[in-house]
Design a protein around this ligand. Structure first.
Ligand code: ZN
Length: 427
């Protein structure tokens, strides 16, 4: 229930049909990632939409970035509307890629069907609805306050679903998220319209390999099984590491609450001879495994230091090496991103908090994401810390069949984003 209609909230309401049609159009462009389909098309579509109000627009290909190839170029669009006078810049960043369709759909995943206050389709909530809502918010704000000071930027970027290296990371490396250029960032990911997401836990991925010695499977005593060494490692992880992780609780308001502790997932395990190729119909050969590998996905808390997270696993491996005959290993770091959490007193947080109070008549919930999203690059590469995720859509629907975004939710969140602009820019 809107508390106090204003010129701005009325301007958003009057754009309801436009918002629905725009969201449906975005859904109809099938930007599936991987492989990274129709990126150029969606960037050109967004460019055409923004052109009348955003005089500075660039289509930027992330040339040479991870994932960028000629068949599937990584295109991004960044638009800027300078105000009449100088001041802060507010940037809305949305990723334009969506995940694969999967099974179980009862509507056309790329149809943009509208039914009962909802727009359906892959990417409706994650996050084309958020992109559309932020654009409607900016347009309503610009038309209501044509003489505003400062600047508004909108970007639609590639590859968030696969790490964001052809999108926000590439732009951040080129200074587009530097604090001297942009002061406040809102990422309209589907976190529910009454919640402000301050950041995310950290992540460390590593591959651990145990070594063995190959021999005939009928005489395993002549070899040394890497799989048995790996089993010993997994046993240690079960009996000592998991209980230790479970005791570590964070003050970060992570949702769901079970993610308020340190976690470790074993993403994959492989030992012994390679999986047979498709079409191979014979038996496997009898050999003792000379190598076994796991990939671990450790999510860590703002209270933990990344070096300590790594050291804890190394200590465990060293303990096995000291006590288990023949145990040898290699640890390869794959990926690491530190945790981030924007201060609740930061300007963008205050501005959106006040706007949620004004539009929804309630105080927002503060949350932290269990997994990372593009804020990681803005924080780590851009060194811009006044950044949150706030947008319409129900997080649980992301990546699901029959994904949808609520039309009233989009309108409400667009009002919140528009009022946040009023709070952050001089009008
Ligand atoms: Zn997303």
């Amino acid at each position: 229930m809107t508390q106090q209609p204003s010129r701005l909230t009325d301007a958003v309401d009057s754009r309801r049909d436009d918002l629905v049609a725009f969201t449906a159009d975005l859904i109809r462009i099938p930007t599936i990632n991987p492989p990274g389909n129709a990126y150029r098309e969606i960037c050109e579509y967004v460019e055409r939409r923004l052109r009348p109000r955003f005089p500075e627009i660039e289509l930027i290909r992330a040339e040479g970035a991870i994932g960028d190839i000629d068949k599937y170029p990584r295109w991004n669009v960044v638009a800027r509307r300078p105000g009449k006078a100088g001041g802060d810049t507010v940037h809305f960043n949305s990723h334009h890629d969506v995940v694969e369709i999967g099974s179980g759909w009862t509507v056309d995943p790329f149809g943009g069907e509208v039914k009962d206050d909802k727009v359906y389709g892959r990417g409706a909530c994650d996050m084309k609805g958020g992109l559309a809502a932020s654009i409607i918010a900016a347009e309503a704000f610009i038309d209501t306050h044509p003489d505003f000071s400062g600047a508004i930027e909108i970007s639609a970027t590639a590859d968030e679903e696969t790490g964001g290296y052809g999108g926000v990371a590439y732009l951040a490396e080129r200074g587009m998220f530097s604090p001297n250029r942009v002061q406040h960032v809102i990422i309209p990911e589907p976190l529910n319209k009454n919640r402000i997401c301050l950041g995310h836990r950290g992540v460390w991925w590593a591959e651990i390999e145990t070594h063995g010695r190959i021999a005939h499977g009928s005489m395993p005593f002549l070899g040394d099984s890497a799989i048995r060494h790996m089993a010993a490692l997994l046993g240690e992880i079960e009996t000592s590491l998991y209980p230790a992780l479970a005791t570590r609780q964070t003050a970060m308001p992570v949702v769901p609450p079970l993610a308020r502790q340190s976690t470790l997932n074993i993403n994959s395990i492989h030992g012994g001879q390679p999986e047979p190729e498709d079409g191979y119909t014979g038996f496997p050969a009898p050999v003792v495994a000379h190598s076994a590998r796991i990939v671990i996905d450790r999510r860590y808390l703002i209270e933990e230091k990344p070096e300590a997270v790594r050291q804890e696993v190394l200590d465990l491996l060293e303990r096995l090496k000291a006590t288990r005959p023949g145990f040898s290993y290699e640890l390869r770091d794959l990926w690491t991103i530190p945790p981030t959490m924007t201060d609740k007193a930061a300007p963008v947080v205050r501005a959106v908090d006040a706007a949620i109070n004004a539009v929804l008549g309630l105080s927002p919930d503060y949350v932290v994401s269990p997994g990372t999203y593009d804020q990681k690059h803005i924080d780590r590469i851009g060194r811009l810390h006044d950044c949150i995720a706030y947008g319409p859509g129900i997080l649980d629907l992301a990546h699901q069949p029959d994904e949808y975004v609520g039309i009233t939710d989009m309108l409400d969140s667009a009002k919140v984003m528009g009022l946040a602009l009023e709070n952050l820019l001089r009008v």
